[in-house]
Design a protein around this ligand. Structure first.
Ligand code: P6P
Length: 332
């Protein structure tokens, strides 16, 4: 069967289902090309002198890796001249990036974590790029306020995972599709259509070194999983924690599971660990579109009204039955 490239997929989505506009199709193509460039930069690693720290901190107060800065610049440079964007926001920049006056403006807002999990870069573990697309409110300047929309307003969400293969996972609100980078031709090819997350699972993902900080409902839920067949769940569970959200979420998208970065006494003051606008929201849209669920322990993530661009939230997402179970423990 002839392979369906990302370009053909997007043209058919636009023509046959009218789920995307020409400008949104252009935006996705541009982001996919930027992800290709990031994949190539990462693949060179030490050979290109791009490993290690950049000697600077980002707005989160985290040490920036050289590849954090390089990936951020690749996405900004690729997107600012095309005329499809009103503005961009990145984990690596305190304020939104306005499109320079010399370029045309579009209706979309692009938000991204250019290199999620970058602390894994220097030890050669999978990392990724996460992106989210909103419409800029009519007549509004693309300042921080314009970005503060709940996740239900996303018109598109996706991530690239840079692992043994480079994958692009995309939702337009009409299911989730996976594209694999064909390095020989330099193009993304559809390899999994309409992905669905199994509602049940025997695998969970959490950073267990934080267990002394967890709230009671999380302790109860995880203790039941650890008790396995000798406990109330009556079956054994397995644990995985890559510490790259993209890698953990992609495993869950591929074979089920539950990912938890819950609120705890260590992160309560800052509202959680992960960022709402360019980590939790795009991943929540993808997971829900694949039949899973995503909450902050109490509320659906996509319903959260953001108050700040770099707002952090607790994240629990994955196989629907498990997310419902732990969320119900929070209500008790
Ligand atoms: P911890 C990476 O820094 C990240 O933002 C996510 O990709 C990942 O899930 C989480 O933080 C890992 O956090 O506390 O285990 O290092």
């Amino acid at each position: 069967m002839r392979s369906v490239t990302l370009s053909r997929f997007l043209i058919e989505e636009q023509r046959d289902k009218n789920v995307i506009s020409p400008d949104l199709r252009l935006l996705i193509e541009v982001v996919s090309r930027a992800c290709k460039a990031i994949s190539i930069a990462i693949g060179k690693g030490s050979l290109a002198g791009v490993l290690g720290s950049a000697g600077s901190d980002n707005v989160q107060g985290e040490v920036q890796k050289k590849l954090d800065v390089i990936s951020n610049e690749i996405l900004l440079d690729a997107n600012e001249w095309g005329g499809h964007l009103a503005g961009m926001a990145s984990e690596e920049m305190e304020l939104p990036h306005a499109i320079p006056n010399r370029y045309p403006k579009g209706e979309y807002l692009l938000l991204f974590d250019p290199l999620d999990g970058s602390s894994n870069i220097d030890v050669n573990v999978s990392v990724g790029t996460i992106f989210s697309v909103l419409r800029c409110p009519e007549g509004m300047d693309p300042n921080e306020q314009a970005f503060l929309q709940p996740g239900t307003r996303q018109v598109c969400a996706g991530y690239a995972v840079y692992g043994p293969t480079t994958l692009l996972v995309l939702t337009l609100g009409d299911g989730v599709n996976v594209f694999t980078l064909d390095r020989e031709f330099g193009r993304f090819v559809l390899t999994q259509g309409d992905v669905k997350i199994p509602e049940e699972t025997r695998e969970f993902a959490i950073n267990a070194s934080n267990s002394r900080y967890w709230e009671e409902p999380v302790k109860r839920y995880v203790d039941e999983l650890l008790a396995g067949k000798d406990g109330p769940r009556g079956q054994d569970f397995n644990m995985r924690w890559v510490a790259s959200m993209v890698a953990d979420v992609h495993r869950i998208l591929s074979r089920g599971g539950i990912f938890m970065y819950p609120i705890d006494s260590k992160t309560r003051a800052q509202g959680g660990k992960l960022r709402l606008m360019y980590e939790a929201n795009p991943m929540a849209m993808i997971v829900e579109q694949a039949g899973g669920a995503a909450t902050d322990g109490r509320r659906r993530i996509l319903d959260i009204q953001p108050e700040k661009l770099h707002q952090r939230v607790p994240v629990i997402l994955g196989s629907k039955r498990e997310v419902e179970r732990i969320t119900s423990y929070h209500g008790q």
